[in-house]
Design a protein around this ligand. Structure first.
Ligand SMILES: [Zn+2]
Length: 299
């Protein structure tokens, strides 16, 4: 079983194999060099220097415009996120719940070694949880996140994902792709690419926004402005079935309010205990919840 990420990682420019020389990765075939920092490899230039997100720009503007009304929100948000991310690193209950909800049953029973890919890993939430459970993870995202340095059993790859994923074919038993597909130009090419990177009968565990959520039903608006698209249960099922996957399980989660969505989301996620959101979600009919989860298996 390949446990070392350098055995499966390939040069994104030429598909050559890579070797580590000091603080760099070196491609034997095209002689390109890629910088390394902590536990991250940089395959695209410049993007690691700044982490800019719209959230950050927005909060910066809010801070400038309205300091008095903003401070309690930023205080609670910061505190809550710190608490949440610490739970991903250490809390056994969080890890067990995640495994119960998202890991295929036979996989968690007959655990194999090897590396898991978290495609579009963002801060590294899944990597943290999977590390707790004893798995090694390689995360891939287009931005560098300082939080990755907390994750000693994970490696990260910084690359602007569009068509090619720089790993040898048939490298992974499991690939997670949570809330990433809706941002990518060509979702079908990515699904095909992820299929290639899975071993035979490997799992793709996918999360996408549900087009039929309550908010869309009422206002015809997307859950987030920058989603290129959202999916109905039927659409995501067809996309997977048409691209060499068998769907093993598909279900929805999360209540999204049809009105005052952002404010109410904030109240539910940050201010109130999570049990309340869980309860409201559980009484929302399956079809109208915010997120679709899929466990799919490579044919
Ligand atoms: Zn190369």
């Amino acid at each position: 079983m390949k446990n070392n990420i350098l055995e499966i990682l390939i040069c994104p420019a030429c598909d050559g194999s890579l070797e580590r020389t000091g603080e760099k990765l070196f491609c034997r075939k095209c002689q390109k060099e890629y910088p390394l920092f902590q536990n991250a490899f940089f395959f695209s230039e410049g993007e690691h220097q700044k982490e800019i997100s719209l959230g950050k720009i927005f909060s910066f503007l809010l801070r400038r415009l309205n300091p008095i009304s903003y401070w309690p929100f930023s205080y609670f948000t910061k505190r809550e996120f710190k608490r949440l991310y610490e739970s991903y690193l250490k809390d056994r209950m969080t890890a067990r719940k995640f495994a119960h909800d998202y890991l295929p049953e036979d996989y968690s029973k007959n655990r194999e070694d090897g590396v898991i890919l978290d495609f579009g890993c963002s801060q590294g939430r899944i990597a943290a949880i999977m590390n707790q459970l004893g798995y090694k993870v390689v995360g891939l995202d287009k931005l560098y996140y300082a939080w990755w340095t907390n994750l000693k059993n994970s490696t990260f790859v910084v690359l602007n994902i569009d068509k090619k994923i720089p790993f040898q074919d048939r490298s992974f038993n499991i690939i997670f792709a949570f809330l990433i597909l809706e941002y990518l130009q060509n979702d079908e090419i990515i699904i095909q690419e992820l299929n290639k990177k899975l071993k035979e009968h490997g799992y793709l565990i996918l999360q996408v926004p549900n087009k039929d959520n309550l908010r869309h039903l009422l206002t015809r608006r997307k859950l987030a402005q920058f989603h290129l698209r959202e999916y109905s249960i039927k659409e995501i099922s067809n996309l997977l079935k048409n691209n060499n996957f068998i769907i093993e399980k598909i279900w929805t989660e999360r209540f999204y309010s049809p009105i005052f969505t952002n404010t109410l989301n904030y109240v539910f996620e940050i201010l109130l205990p999570h049990k309340i959101l869980d309860f409201v979600s559980s009484i929302t009919p399956q079809k109208y919840r915010g997120i679709i989860n899929v466990i799919a298996r490579k044919k």
